[in-house]
Design a protein around this ligand. Structure first.
Ligand SMILES: Cc1cc2nc3c(=O)[nH]c(=O)nc-3n(C[C@H](O)[C@H](O)[C@H](O)COP(=O)(O)OP(=O)(O)OC[C@H]3O[C@@H](n4cnc5c(N)ncnc54)[C@H](O)[C@@H]3O)c2cc1C
Length: 437
């Protein structure tokens, strides 16, 4: 007997709170809004979840891939899941019997996928659209595979399920990269791993566990930060990475808060220790083949992976052994004072990178967003959308996602292209990657 023949049993989809790094990838990927979160946990609503598995591939840690056999009438409710620190144990046959439910057969074990592979694949292929624009762009056209020429990314070397739970890094640098005196305080932080292996590629991220306990008396959960350095280290040949971290002093509604991890990181002094997990991310990776083009679209700290890719290409160019393609950067901020790395970016040669800034709050200037700059460059972008050697990356605030996707759609349609076809191709070929938070 299994759940397909036993109507009283449910193979309930659950997220392991002990492993989850609260990145939100599952919630963005779910086509039917079965996944939600509060300040503590990400949870799956058993009354909505159709077990289509669309959320599974994007989870960086595997926290999403957990299942428990429960009596249907006693499925774990959302309130229960929000309060968890760990997943509950699997119910024993005796406990199931107490609920009047027969145990599943041995061969219908909990690790088995809840549906056939064909059903799951079909569900993954179907995503709801509103007027041609994916309801959730991150779950829509974003690729689930890396570029074909990406290097191999190591993931989850440290974490709850790894042999070693964390690695201790040492802060070897911390400088402010936005203008001092302005509200928007962003830091360039360098962490060194000493003799501990921590291989990173541009586009990957790490998890930082701030010291101390949260309001529930538990260790803080990890916050994710994109690496801003190239694969061979912030300083070439060193086992270090750099991060671009914005100090969070307001929540999304504008209320004053003191973000736990961002403040810990922005206050680091040289020599301070940081507990790190990861690396995470196996798809938002750069192409490595000669003449491959890269279009980078970002806001604020979304510039971190773009800095990493740009720096790697700069080092390759310097070596004289690699012929890179075009690099285009569309970078938005409220003002130039709030734009991380504004100075260094300006000194990059024009024939190396084509940069377009968009400022939304410069006194006396009209508000400009990255999507406006994309539309201005439509004549250059339309051929790149069709070029199999061009890869697109979007990173930054969640709020930018819809506008950027709409702009890319307009660029395609303005050139007489069918966006649904172009978008699907970008996705299939690992050529469009979104990471917003
Ligand atoms: C894949 C990924 C990559 C990321 N990369 C970076 C990066 O490169 N640089 C970076 O600075 N951040 C990055 N983040 C965001 C980062 O993980 C944290 O969410 C952020 O630093 C806030 O953590 P905190 O502990 O300081 O705040 P918390 O203590 O977690 O939150 C305090 C309050 O602020 C709100 N809040 C959380 N984040 C923000 C925010 N960004 N803006 C405004 N309010 C917020 C929360 O809802 C909460 O109410 C990334 C997130 C993801 C998922």
């Amino acid at each position: 007997m299994d759940t397909r023949t036993n109507p009283t049993l449910l193979k309930q989809h659950l997220i392991d709170p002990a492993i989850c790094i609260r990145c939100g990838a599952c919630e963005a990927a779910c086509p039917i809004q079965a996944i939600s979160h509060d300040a503590n946990n990400y949870v799956v609503d058993p009354s909505i979840c159709e077990q289509c598995l669309a959320c599974i591939p994007g989870c960086p840690t595997g926290a999403i891939d957990n299942w428990r056999m429960v009596p249907k009438a006693r499925a774990y409710a959302l309130d229960e899941q929000f309060g968890w620190f760990d997943l509950p144990e699997e119910l024993t046959p005796a406990q199931l019997a107490e609920f009047g439910v027969a145990s599943p057969d041995e061969d219908a074990g909990v690790a088995e996928a809840p549906q056939t592979l064909a059903q799951s694949k079909a569900a993954l292929a179907v995503e709801p659209t509103e007027g041609g624009v994916p309801a959730s762009p991150a779950g829509g056209h974003t690729a689930r595979t890396p570029p074909w020429s990406a290097a191999h990314a190591y993931v989850n070397l440290y974490g709850a399920r790894a042999a070693q739970k964390t690695v201790t890094a040492t802060c070897t640098g911390n400088v402010r990269v936005t203008e001092v005196g302005k509200d928007y305080d962003t830091h360039h932080v360098i962490l060194d791993f000493g003799a501990m292996p921590f291989p990173m590629l541009e586009g990957q991220s790490i998890g930082v566990i701030a010291p101390g306990l949260d309001a529930r008396g538990q260790p803080h959960f990890a916050r994710q930060y994109s690496v801003a350095s190239a694969r061979n280290g912030e300083r070439p040949g060193y086992n270090n990475v750099s991060l671009t971290i914005k100090r969070v002093l307001e929540d999304y509604e504008g209320n004053p808060v003191r973000g736990v991890a961002s403040n810990f990181m922005c206050d680091l002094k040289v020599g301070d220790k940081v507990e790190v997990i990861g690396p995470f991310g196996a798809t938002f990776l750069m192409p490595n083949h000669p003449k491959s083009h890269i279009v980078m679209i970002c806001t604020g700290t979304g510039s971190a992976p773009m800095r990493a890719m740009t720096e790697w290409r700069r080092r390759l160019r310097k070596s004289g052994k690699f012929e890179g393609g075009k690099l285009l950067l569309f970078f938005g901020a409220r003002s130039k004072e709030e734009l991380p790395y504004f100075g260094p970016l300006q000194s990059l040669p024009r024939d190396f990178i084509d940069i377009h800034f968009a400022f939304s709050r410069t006194p006396g200037q009209p508000k400009t967003y990255v999507q406006d700059r994309l539309r201005e460059r439509a004549a250059d972008l339309a051929p790149l959308l069709q070029d199999g050697n061009c890869f697109f990356y979007v990173c930054g605030l969640k709020a930018m996602e819809d506008g950027v996707m709409q702009a890319l759609r307009d660029v395609a349609q303005g050139a007489g292209l069918n966006w649904d076809e172009v978008g699907e191709r970008l996705k299939k070929e690992g050529r469009l990657h979104l990471e917003t938070y």
